[in-house]
Design a protein around this ligand. Structure first.
Ligand SMILES: [Zn+2]
Ligand SMILES: [Zn+2]
Length: 117
């Protein structure tokens, strides 16, 4: 079974976290579990050097952002391409670049992440 890792940042607290992925039969990637990163952040988790093909969707038991209570979803910034947590409010400010999205697309496809543990 194929697994993967992507990195996201909490929209509310600006803290980074990792997300474990699992590939489904059809080739899409399922967001399984979010976990806080150690003090050295991404250096523990490897570089974002893996191109994932296929869609990204939330598992029904995804535990949500580890840093805030409201980030139950994952969203990718249309400007910088990085991920953040999303509270479903219909408006999102990217915690990486400050880009404001008022139209939230549901489909994430072909994204970058890390294969490292
Ligand atoms: Zn959050
Ligand atoms: Zn951005």
């Amino acid at each position: 079974m194929n697994t993967g890792v992507i990195y996201a940042r909490c929209t509310a607290t600006k803290k980074d976290f990792g997300i474990a992925l699992q590939q489904e039969q059809g080739g899409d990637w399922c967001v399984m579990r979010a976990y806080p990163l150690g003090p050295s952040g991404k250096k523990n988790g490897g570089d974002e050097d893996v191109d994932y093909r296929g869609g990204l969707k939330l598992s029904s038991d995804y535990n949500g952002c580890p840093h805030c209570q409201s980030g139950r979803e994952v969203i990718r910034c249309g400007s910088c391409g990085k991920f953040g947590c999303y509270d479903g409010s219909g408006r999102w400010t990217c915690p990486h670049c400050g880009h404001v999205s008022s139209q939230i697309g549901s489909g994430i496809k072909d994204f970058k992440g890390s294969g490292g543990q």
